[in-house]
Design a protein around this ligand. Sequence first.
Ligand SMILES: O=C(O)CCC(=O)C(=O)O
Ligand SMILES: [Fe+2]
Length: 239
Amino acid sequence: MQTPSFIRGAESARTIARQIESEGFAVIDDYVAPDQLQTAQNFVRQAVARNGGNYLAINGSEKLGGTFLHDLATDPGFIALCHGIYESSTGKPAPDTPFYQVLRCLAGSLAKANSLNFHYDSYLLTALIPVIIPDHGKTGDLLLIPNSRGIRSHYLTNFADKILLDNWLSQRLLRMLYARRHAMIRHLKLKPGNLYLFYGYRSIHTNEECSPDAIRSTALLHYFDPHAESSLKRMLRRN
Ligand SMILES: O=C(O)CCC(=O)C(=O)O
Ligand SMILES: [Fe+2]
C-alpha cells in the first residue's frame, strides 16, 4: 500500500528540518521546472534592463505576473513544506501567516553596496530560489554562519542582537573572517532553480559580491516573524 502523500510530505519536512538543524541548510534540487525558470530569468533580465542595468528589489508577488513566483506563496505544496518545517522544529502548530516575498536582482554599480552586509532576518524560515547566478567571475555565493542564535523570547533581546551585528566593527570583523575563508562561514554555491532552506532569523548570513556586469537574482520567501505580536516592536517601528 502506498503511503498517503500528506504523510510523505510531513516526513520530508521533518527530514529537512533535521538537516537545517544539523547542517545549517537544506536543498531541494531542481524545485523549479526548466521552462518556468527560463520565464523567470527573462523577466529578471528585462526588469534589470528597464532599470538601466542596475540593482532592483521587487517586493510582494503582484508585479511578478507570468512567472512561477507570482503563485508560489499561495501554492499548497510550498505552504505545507514550510509549515511542516516550522512544526518539526518548534513542536508548535504552524501559524497561517503570509510570506514576506522579495525578488532581489543584483546588478550594476549598486551590486557591491548590497553585498557582504551580514544580518539576521526578521522571519524564522528563509526559502531562497536562485533565478540567475553569474557563471563567470565572482558568483555571489550565499555566506552562512548556521544557527548562530536561538529564537529570542523577547523582542528586546532580538533588537540587541541586531545592534551588536549591524555596526561598523562587527561587519568589519565578519568581512575579515570571510576574506580569510574562516571555516565558521559556510559558502553555498547557488544553482538556479534549486530551493535552499535555512533559518534566516537564527543564522548570520549575506551574499557574496558579484561582478557589476553580471546579474545575480534570488527569490526570497520569508515565513514567520517570532516578534510579530511584540508591542515593543510596534512602538519602535512607529518612530
Ligand atoms: O540574496 C541572497 O542570497 C540573500 C539575501 C538575504 O539574505 C535577504 O534578502 O534577507
Ligand atoms: Fe537575509
